[in-house]
Design a protein around this ligand. Sequence first.
Ligand SMILES: C[S@@+](CC[C@H](N)C(=O)[O-])C[C@H]1O[C@@H](n2cnc3c(N)ncnc32)[C@H](O)[C@@H]1O
Length: 126
Amino acid sequence: MQTLPLFDFPEDLSVSPPPAPAVTGDASARQRELGQYMTPMWVAESLVQRHFAELDANDCVFELTCGTGAFLSAIPPHVEALGVEIDPELADIARANSGRRVITGDFRQVKFDLRPSAILGNPRSA
Ligand SMILES: C[S@@+](CC[C@H](N)C(=O)[O-])C[C@H]1O[C@@H](n2cnc3c(N)ncnc32)[C@H](O)[C@@H]1O
C-alpha cells in the first residue's frame, strides 16, 4: 500500500513565519484565553494550494479568526479576502502581513458588508 504525504513539506521549514508578538505575562494569559496559536505560513500555503486551488476572482474568502494572517497571506492576490481578529495587536499584524482588510472584533458580532463564497482558517479550539 502506498502512503501519500499530507503536505508538500518545503526543505526549509523556517520560510516566512508570521511574526508573533512578544510573550509577556499578560500576553501569555491572553494567548491561552483566546487560543492564539498561529498556523505556520507554509502550512497555510499548502492547505490553500491543495484544497482551495479553484478560487478565482469571483470568490470572496473570509478568515474569521485570522490571527497574524497566515491564511489571508496564502490566498492568491486576485481573490478577495477579508479577515476578522478580536485582538487589535494581531489584527494590525495581519493587515501588515497580508495587505488585506481585517476587521478588529468578535466574529460573532461583526456586521459584514460582503458575502463569503468560502470560509477557511484555523479557529480557536476552546
Ligand atoms: C488558533 S488561533 C489561529 C489564528 C489564525 N487563524 C492562524 O491559523 O494562524 C485563533 C485566533 O482567533 C482569535 N479569536 C479568538 N476568538 C475570536 C473571536 N470571537 N472573534 C475573532 N477572533 C477570535 C484569537 O485571537 C487567535 O488569533
